[in-house]
Design a protein around this ligand. Sequence first.
Ligand SMILES: [Zn+2]
Length: 619
Amino acid sequence: MAKQIKRWVERLQLTCRVGLVSLCTITGCDDTQSVEGGTAGAGALAGDPAGVSAGEQGGSGGEGGEGGAVPLGPPPHLSAPKAMLFNLDPIIEDYTRTEVELTTTTHEDGRLTSHAVKVFNCLNEPGGVTFETDIGLEEPLRVSLCREEQVARPDQDGHYLSVRPSSPTSDPNDSFAELMMYYHVNRAYEYYLTQHDYTRYDEPLKAVVNVQLTTNYPDYYLDEPNSDGYFPVENALFVAEWEGELTSEVSDVFKRDRDMIVFFQGASVDYAYDASVIYHEYAHAMVGIERLRYMALDEHGVDSSPRALSEGIADYFAASPLNQSVVGRYGLNNRSRDLATQYTCPRDMIWEPHRFGRVIGSALWALRERLGAVLTDRLVFDAMLLFHSSTTYQEASELLLAQAELTSSEALEATRAVLTEHGLIDCVRSLPWETFSSFTSSTGYPFMVGSLVDAGLEGFRATGAPDYYQRHVDLPEGAEGVELAWWIESEVAAPPSSLSLAYRRGALVEFRYDPLELIMDGKVRPPSISQVQRVVFARRCFINPEGDDATDRLHMIFLNHGVRSVIVPRLSIEPLESLEGLTQVETCEPPPPEAGTEAGTEAGTEAGTGAGTEAGAAP
Ligand SMILES: [Zn+2]
């Protein structure tokens, strides 16, 4: 069970870096009122273990009396209070801050609320949202968040200049994070308003910084807690109000009755210190949970590009308004995403949406290089407003072209060129089957075949849940066959379900819906021996029985029959000069003539569930 929780957490971190909505299908939490009506400023920075100056000296009213003989009046409520902040992030600015003017606060006491955003700190002390669930441990698993409170207040002069970043940046209660969030969300809000004439919310968006959590099973949980017992989390999220299902028990702590953005305090990284991460999550909020929430089904299986599109768009609107191409230089460190690096389809397809999202992200950045920021931002934003819950890369490309066509022939030409260069038009989701190891791959990611349950693909029960892409093999010159092997792992302690491989010569395996049907030549499910499956495809599998002796390409796709996703960390391919003595040989003997064309199809259940399958959550 320990392993199970740990794997869950690892997966959370794997998939959630800078936002994932599987955590975020949320309702609940009424903490705003209680905080609003609470003791304003009384608890300010009380829990700040590092003693970082956070502008608390103003306090509220006469409470500052503790520090001096003369009681001070409240600080003035300034229309443009100043603060010293990072314009982008601590790395590129080398920890040197710039003086900026903040949007005036709607509260007289200077707590960080504007018409655009309402910023909460999350203090590592009792009183936070708690969630309990029985996952088969001795007692229910209990997860508590830190306690949300609007802590930051201006100095006695009405400015916030004394609020400094914590050093090291691991302080779980610092008010500098609040100020960064306040400043940058207000900027982002202005950007959407002035550039796109767009606002999404009638009320300020809630933003919480410094989020950490505790649990009654600390030994089973995240790697190392702080000395205060709270766990750092490496992430930031857009949490949407939504009535849908949650993919994880633990994520119930984020149930909310309104949208919000959540920034965790990591072991050494404070995610609110990175403006690009703030813009990324805010972009998710602008796109909204109603868009790009589900995967799509088509004739080649499951298309995960809608979720990649969600991440790529959020990256674009993190990069372009800040006029720099890197998302997460500080927050994601060596996993930062530079949109100036070209990624293409199908080469850079991967199930993980942030990485797959780099294909559209880099295409949009390339378009910006050609058309300029103002025009490109407008094209992208206007196209985005037309996205639906499972818009694919293909559909997004068509919408972008349509928007460009309305603009100018130059814009249309540039858009078409960029989308073509990035493989986004008519991308066929098929990769060559190559020897692969996630330990040495450029992405560092294993492949993963979603399950019927995890990927929301119950409609595929009769056939197995298809992989997100197909693979193809050409018979090497002189070979009598090829041996393919794949390693399988589970996300939980239980062994993984073995995968089937459906194959078809000369064309991709085809999925037809209503009723579900696979067009293929055959399907194998070799036994899993020490979590490795092997199959040999004989030369005949590559040859058209009605044609000459020339070989065709063999296409194949994994099918997952289990209830859990299957991780595939390694693949191998080996040409064989002889098949003598080998087992697990697929000979592809031609079917008896009377079987006719029906032979290669497999009927499914009632339907392929039509439009979109639940992606398990969103941005
Ligand atoms: Zn995201």
